[in-house]
Design a protein around this ligand. Structure first.
Ligand code: ADP
Length: 333
């Protein structure tokens, strides 16, 4: 219903739409229209209301509606037509939504929300995703490669954001495996989930949360010192959220097609180009064993795993938390 309301406001040609008009068209009461409008505002939509005129969407171009995303989007698989874009003013989590709908969705479907009320990172950690302040979305894929290759799609997602940033002349830095960083703080969180069997992927869901226009003080206190937003890098230059989103989708699409044809070699090469982990002294908490150790990150192998030179020899880390150790202090990043 809210989606229909937004679409009506969006297609009004810059004119007010009366509550009566909306109510009639959608077969609901004017009071119900008002309730939906209030909720949409809560989600970050700037809807102005004026007595005797009705409602108008103030920043129509800054809503991630399917039509808006598709306008000028150059992709072959990812979000390549309207049936592959699922848009929500607000959801629990886009990964969860993608999982629930996975049975019916083709390769390259995307699930976009203006707001996530229960955004999650790894290990069920909360991911802050306020209305219209970020790009919160998931991509559903049905790749032909084996489940063991899935972690490399996480690197692919990070590289696609880095390449999109480069298009806007923003400095892109990837911390292993998939965090996009600025000033030691995280700009983008990525969470990959897989459905399938040992030998076959049924679906792969890659959730990405790109902090877009969140000021430092808008972040909750507990993550203020570890989170950053694209707007911080832009200075005076204004970048549109939907334009940036299109760039990410296009870069991801190109890499995905290349992977299907040639494997992951190019992604690994690009990952090395943008990475800020290799060559650094790091501290690792391995996800599987919980082992904590320090060493120098030397390279990633063909699985995308991190090779760490430690006093006990070379260790291969497939998953874990890595913090870069500044040379002169004990504080990690
Ligand atoms: P990773 O991307 O390293 O896997 P997690 O999956 O652990 O990260 O992400 C969740 C953690 O990220 C939270 O515990 C919190 O510390 C932090 N976090 C939550 N929301 C945001 C956000 N919008 N931007 C950056 N970091 C966030």
């Amino acid at each position: 219903m809210r989606k229909a309301i937004i679409e009506m406001l969006k297609n009004s040609g810059g004119k007010f739409v009366s509550g009566e008009n909306i109510a009639e068209k959608l077969g609901i009461t004017r009071a119900a229209v008002w309730k939906h409008i209030r909720q949409l505002r809560k989600n970050g939509c700037e809807i102005e209301s004026r007595e005797h005129y009705g409602y108008i969407l103030k920043d129509a171009e800054n809503v991630l509606l399917p039509e808006e995303i598709l306008s000028g989007l150059d992709t072959k698989i990812i979000a390549s037509d309207k049936t592959k874009i699922f848009y929500y003013p607000s959801v629990d989590s886009t990964n969860k939504t993608a999982k629930n709908l996975s049975a019916k969705c083709p390769d390259g479907s995307i699930f976009v929300a203006e707001e996530q009320t229960g955004g999650k990172g790894r290990l069920d950690r909360k991911f802050f995703s306020p209305g219209k302040k970020g790009i919160w979305f998931s991509i559903l894929l049905r790749p032909k490669f084996l489940p063991k290759d899935a972690p490399k799609m996480t690197l692919t997602a990070a590289v696609s954001v880095a390449k999109a940033m480069e298009r806007f002349n923003l400095p892109a830095q990837i911390k292993w495996p998939n965090d996009i960083m600025f000033d030691g703080r995280k700009l983008v969180g990525i969470l990959t989930e897989l459905g399938g069997e040992t030998e076959r992927i049924n679906y792969l869901i890659i959730g990405m949360g790109i902090n877009f226009n969140i000021s430092r003080k808008e972040f909750p206190k507990d993550i203020r010192d570890i989170a950053a937003s694209i707007s911080e890098l832009c200075g005076d230059k204004k970048i549109s959220r939907v334009e940036f989103f299109r760039a990410v989708l296009e870069e991801f699409d190109k890499l995905y097609i290349d992977i299907s044809a040639n494997g992951f070699e190019n992604v690994l090469k690009l990952w090395r180009k943008y990475n800020i982990t290799l060559g650094k002294k790091i501290r690792v908490i391995a996800a599987d064993t919980g082992e904590i150790f320090e060493g120098t990150a030397t390279d990633i192998n063909s699985d995308g795993a991190l090779l760490v030179d430690t006093p006990e020899g070379m260790k291969t880390v497939y998953a874990g938390d890595v913090s870069v150790r500044p040379a002169s202090t004990a504080r990690g990043e």
